[in-house]
Design a protein around this ligand. Structure first.
Ligand SMILES: *Cc1c(COP(=O)(O)O)cnc(C)c1O
Length: 343
């Protein structure tokens, strides 16, 4: 049976072109700086994001960690979203390994941080306080695209307050494709940007951290320290090159599929979707209480995999999921609702 895995875009498998590129990649020892394929990926990423340099890292978590460690030092503080991946889903790495204090703030409904609240959170220069050093944003944030003018404003705000800026752009290309702009229209507002190659772009492993040459030089030292100095990593970087050159434009298909899925589900009794939050490849679905428990098992019998056991769940479209799959998901949900709704 064909599997339709909607849990995350991290489940994507490498494309046939990626597999070939991986098999044929020219390799060397990247800790000596001698893997030509890693070097090629790093220059390509820097060029695409219009930054001086880039660093191939093992994951988005390692990328954000190394970025915060490079921007901040012991006793510094970074301002970040309460539900941001960097703060909430990375095991507290910056605090644990860097003695860097997070200052989390609630995201606004559109995925931004309110700059007035950020301003109020910046600590005065006084020895009672940690030194506020860095502002971290996330784009896309829970599938939502940050407005371009907001990002310009946030960049200017940070410079005016002597803060460095880091963008967790795990899905930045989803944002750029959605807005129909070159990704540099986003990256130019931030000092450093992290991009996942292993989500909708379908590489099996890896992220790239991009920023000024001096920053990346320092980040390379931190990457080594946290165990991210990989040897013949060109085997992985080869897939990353394909991710950046061949997999970006197709992201709009994922967005169309998510929109169709959201609209289909929103019409089903007991299914609730806020269509305003469906901007890229994520659909947040709430279920009536009576529908929660049996949903996962019911869908699994049809080869559809969803995150389990909650009134609110996230469905993610990605490479490998086709329009026909979406119709099957909607049809299955219709049957499920008819069978399990109390009314
Ligand atoms: C997935 C993700 C990351 C990094 O995840 P890894 O699994 O460590 O690669 C970082 N930020 C956001 C917003 C993400 O969605």
């Amino acid at each position: 049976m064909r599997t339709i895995d909607l849990r995350s875009d991290t489940v994507t498998l490498p494309s046939p072109t990626m597999r070939r590129a991986m098999a044929e990649a020219e390799l060397g020892d990247d800790v000596y700086g001698e893997d030509p394929t890693v070097n090629k990926l790093e220059s390509l990423a820097a060029e695409k994001l219009d930054k001086e340099a880039a660093l191939f890292v093992s994951s988005g978590t390692q990328s954000n960690l190394v970025a915060v460690l490079t921007h901040c030092t012991r006793g510094d503080e970074y301002i970040v979203g309460q539900n941001a991946h960097t703060y909430r889903y990375e095991a507290g790495g910056a605090a644990v390994l860097g003695s860097i204090q997070p200052q989390p703030l609630d995201f606004e409904p559109d995925g931004t941080l309110d700059l007035a609240k950020v301003k109020a959170a910046i600590k005065p220069d006084d020895y009672h306080f940690a030194r506020t050093r860095l502002l971290c944003l996330e784009n896309t944030q829970a599938g939502k695209v940050l407005p371009l003018d907001y990002q310009a404003e946030a960049g200017a705000f940070a410079r005016a307050h002597n803060l460095a800026t880091h963008l967790d752009g795990a899905r930045i290309f989803n944002a750029a494709v959605k807005q129909g702009v070159d990704v540099t229209e986003i990256t130019r507002h931030f000092d450093s940007v992290s991009v996942c190659l292993s989500k909708g772009l379908a590489a099996p492993v890896g992220s790239v951290l991009c920023g000024p040459a001096e920053f990346i030089k320092e980040a390379r030292r931190w990457r080594k320290m946290v165990g991210g100095g990989m040897r013949q990593a060109g085997v992985l970087a080869a897939a990353g090159i394909i991710a950046l050159t061949e997999m970006v434009e197709r992201l709009h298909e994922d967005h169309l599929n998510a929109r169709r899925l959201a609209e289909g589900l929103a019409n089903i009794p007991g299914f609730y979707v806020d269509l305003n939050t469906v901007q890229t490849n994520m659909v947040f679905l709430s279920l009536a209480d009576s529908l929660v428990d049996a949903f996962g098992p019911f869908m699994a019998k049809r080869g559809i995999i969803v995150s389990k056991g909650s009134t609110s769940l996230r469905l993610v479209t990605h490479y490998g999921i086709e329009a026909a799959d979406i119709e099957l998901v909607i049809q299955s949900a219709v049957e499920y609702s008819a069978q399990f709704s109390l009314n």
